[in-house]
Design a protein around this ligand. Sequence first.
Ligand code: FES
Ligand code: FES
Length: 164
Amino acid sequence: MIIEWSLNGRPLKSEVSPFTRLLDYLRTDLKLLGAKEGCREGKCGACTIWINGEVANACLVLMGQMQGREVTTIEGINEKDKFTPLQESFLTCSALECGFCIPGMIMSGTRLLNEEQDPSRLEIRQALKGHLCACTGYQKILDAIEGVGLPPASEGSAKMRLRK
Ligand code: FES
Ligand code: FES
């Protein structure tokens, strides 16, 4: 089956079984490894991408459903190979340990920030409710999203950058 879709802003025609999972196609055929394979059943958020601008789990959708859709992966959110402000904030806040969950967290965090530039802690928690971090680094991840766009701290921990 030929699927005509768009990936990271580029139109694409893919000859693929309609029953191939999007996550498998991205990782195996296209070698886009940013979306991670964790639980394979929609529970961990490691495979989070956007479909038509909305957060989705790539492990739960099939290529046959991608006809005419716009898919964005973490490889598609940077401008000219530069980190986004949220990615910079994750670095500033040291908001990663093994890093496995981070691409999914970034995709959901970016989606939230596109909607709401100054989200509350509760809104951030709600946006991340579909994500599991096996390293349990949740506080720094919340800090990173909350601290986007604030100037770097002059001293002390990244928490000083946070809005009250
Ligand atoms: S691998 Fe898709 S939600 Fe866990
Ligand atoms: S940083 Fe390791 S799973 Fe989240």
